[in-house]
Design a protein around this ligand. Sequence first.
Ligand SMILES: [Fe+2]
Ligand SMILES: [Fe+2]
Length: 356
Amino acid sequence: MTSLSTLSTTAPLWVAARPQTFLHLAVRTYSGVAVTTFNTSSLARNRSSPFTYTSKRFISSTPRSQIKEYFPPPTTPGVKEVTSAWVHPVYTESQMESVKIAHREATNWSDWIALGTVRVFRWGMDFATGYKHPEPGQETSEKFKMTGKKWLARFIFLESVAGVPGMVGGMLRHLRSLRRMKRDNGWIETLLEEAFNERMHLLTLLKLAEPGWFMRLMVLGAQGVFFNGFFLAYLVSPRICHRFVGYLEEEAVLTYTRAIKDLENGQLPEWNELKAPAIAVQYWQMPENQRTMRDLLLYIRADEAKHREVNHTLGNLNQEVDPNPYQTQYRDPSKSHPSKGIENLKQTGWERKDIF
Ligand SMILES: [Fe+2]
Ligand SMILES: [Fe+2]
């Protein structure tokens, strides 16, 4: 039953995207969900049950019966929790603050193909999520103003697409290894882990907003086209595909950097009190004093910067014979090498000669 007091907070929040009336995100409040004051016992409780933290408040005009949990907690008797094989590396605040917008110059025709394709994608994504990128000096203009809801719509669409390439690349390398009866030298794991990481971004963002049917339809269409397109492209040229993902991640870093700036400039007051959901606190192992919305965006942006580095690096390698530099034990540990964290982050990737 919906009480009167609940009704007052159940107005739908419409996202200015095309078509305006069809794409809405019902932003969820976090009074019952936020994990602001974790004590040891609540953290332990949270750890033991990654997906059951929420006492989600119903604030959408969508009938309650239509609101359903994405990936609901396991209800099988006897199951305490479901764990993941991939533990996220710990990022420090200063490491995350040092992430920069960067661009790797295209130097040959295959780079230009990758960059050109990303620019077309960028146009499509801007169109789909109602985003206009301001020219320098126009950031505060009303025409380019982004609200929290518009940012979340963009993030959710972006992340639903971003989880595809790692899975396709990992799957094709897996199949190639089976087919040719040869070792893969460590690439598959990093690619699948990237896909997992992107899906965690999506699941985290879905705790902040719920997409309407038009957004779901766009995600479905984008996945159908992108999965198949990327699958075929990866068969033809994995190197161009990794370069393409590197450029795509440059755009992701740009997007999150701009959202962080908007938040810092006070243009997103609705995010001031928002806290990172428990799923994020657990996944990134966020310290107690680093669980604001800004912190969450810093974590996600750092992941995108890592994907940017990883994919530009993989795009610099010999796809057939080089081992994955992120799964390699090096003979000379005193030299700096690619690593899983962002302590040695190279914004535009590692050159092959600097790795091996
Ligand atoms: Fe992401
Ligand atoms: Fe990414």
